[in-house]
Design a protein. Structure first.
Length: 405
């Protein structure tokens, strides 16, 4: 039986009665099968002792506010620059937003949104955007936290908004891509895509380009749109459903697509990692893979955490696997952050792990929190920042070399 990753659960969407009943039966089959065959669920890999080659230190930390007690949200902070320097903006589950100096942790401002938060913080330029559980979207001034505008798009957004100079793009849980005017929150256009009976809990963050927007969808597709008009430019299938029931056939593009040097990269759950020439919409290469966390890259490789919590490096020219690291198998590892030749991930027990990007060697480990770190760390270029489910923000520095001895 196909098991869902432990940090992802099926999301049933309200559909016509017959289909909804089939969805419920599928979920019951999944849960019943797992209950009867617990030994088939992979246990998390134990953390083994090793000699650290870099040193890490907590720079500062604070509790942002109300924790995610139902362990359903994947809130993430955002780092931006204001006139007074680098700012880390974070929100808690009930709508408290805190901006801090990224170097010292000193609070710059605090705002209360008045609604329960769903997707964490998205930002760009002089504003941050936060989304709510009932479809609320609020834009705040990065300098002082003042409310710039508020909108209602009618559906929850589980990933941060993509914020550009002219537009704000959001992927809703009911299968829509919605684009708002960045100045006032007015809706510019939207596009709805089919939602399968079951999909992973969560959505991917859209990518705003100069004149286009990219978005992944629950049916295994990702699409490119003309930003000004909403005209769909092309759609690429990243995963085709296979299997005898809705669980086995479940596919999803929860990983945010990447665009670099004229190529788009996209990853699907129970699907593929693909590279697409943006000018021709032709697939350059495709590699069978399953994942739901965001990917990152450098000049030579794409780095990702797959559905088994294995860390992989993929040759960005050919799609060939360069190395694979399974030391964190089944530990519900976050997407990786790439910084100074190091890959940094968090896991379900609050540990943060550093690996060498060149070969996947484990470099360091520290326990930053007492609960899961569901999203990739973020950085200001010097420090990394994690947000744990318990509501804690931690800034961490590292020093040392990644050179092979």
């Amino acid at each position: 039986m196909q098991h869902l990753p432990l940090n992802k659960t099926p999301r049933s969407i309200q559909r016509p009665t017959a289909l909804f009943a089939a969805t419920v039966l599928s979920v019951a089959f999944l849960l019943g099968g797992c209950a009867a065959k617990k030994d088939h669920v992979d246990p998390p890999a134990p953390l083994k002792e090793f000699a650290a080659s870099i040193t890490t230190q907590d720079a500062w930390s604070y509790g942002v506010g109300s924790a995610d007690r139902n362990a359903q949200l994947s809130l993430t902070p955002w780092v931006g620059r204001s006139a007074s320097g680098s700012v880390l903006v974070a929100t808690d589950a009930r709508g408290q937003v805190v901006a801090s100096d990224s170097r010292t942790g000193e609070q710059r401002w605090r705002s209360e949104l008045g609604f329960a938060v769903a997707g964490g913080v998205g930002g760009g330029g002089d504003k941050v955007v936060i989304t709510g559980l009932r479809g609320e979207v609020a834009a705040l001034d990065l300098a002082n936290g003042a409310l710039l505008w508020e909108s209602d798009i009618g559906s929850v957004v589980n990933a941060p908004a993509a914020v550009g100079p002219q537009s704000v793009a959001l992927r809703t849980a009911d299968g829509r891509l919605v684009v708002l005017n960045s100045s006032n929150g007015e809706r510019l256009w939207s596009d709805a895509r089919p939602v399968p009976p079951l999909s992973l809990q969560g959505t991917s963050q859209p990518i705003l380009m100069q004149d286009a927007v990219l978005a992944g969808f629950d049916n295994g597709d990702f699409s490119a749109y003309e930003l000004g008009s909403g005209r769909r430019l092309f759609t690429i299938n990243v995963a085709l459903p296979k299997g005898r029931n809705d669980v086995e056939r479940m596919v999803d593009v929860d990983s945010t697509p990447l665009f670099d040097r004229g190529v788009i990269y996209a990853l699907a759950y129970q699907g593929r990692l693909i590279a697409v020439d943006a000018a021709t919409a032709q697939v350059v290469w495709a590699s069978t893979m399953s994942g739901f966390s965001n990917i990152t890259l450098d000049a030579t490789a794409i780095y990702l955490t797959d559905a088994n919590s294995h860390l992989l490096a993929i040759d960005r020219r050919t799609g060939r696997t360069l190395w694979s690291q399974n030391a964190l198998h089944a530990r519900n590892v976050s997407a990786p952050l790439l910084l100074n030749g190091q890959l940094v991930v968090g896991d379900k027990e609050g540990y943060v792990h550093w690996f060498a990007a060149e070969d996947g060697r484990l470099l360091a480990r520290t326990r930053a929190a007492n609960s899961a770190i569901p999203r990739a760390p973020v950085t200001d270029g010097e420090r990394i920042f994690i947000q744990a489910r318990e509501g804690r923000i931690v800034a961490i520095t590292s020093s040392g070399t990644t050179a092979q001895k």
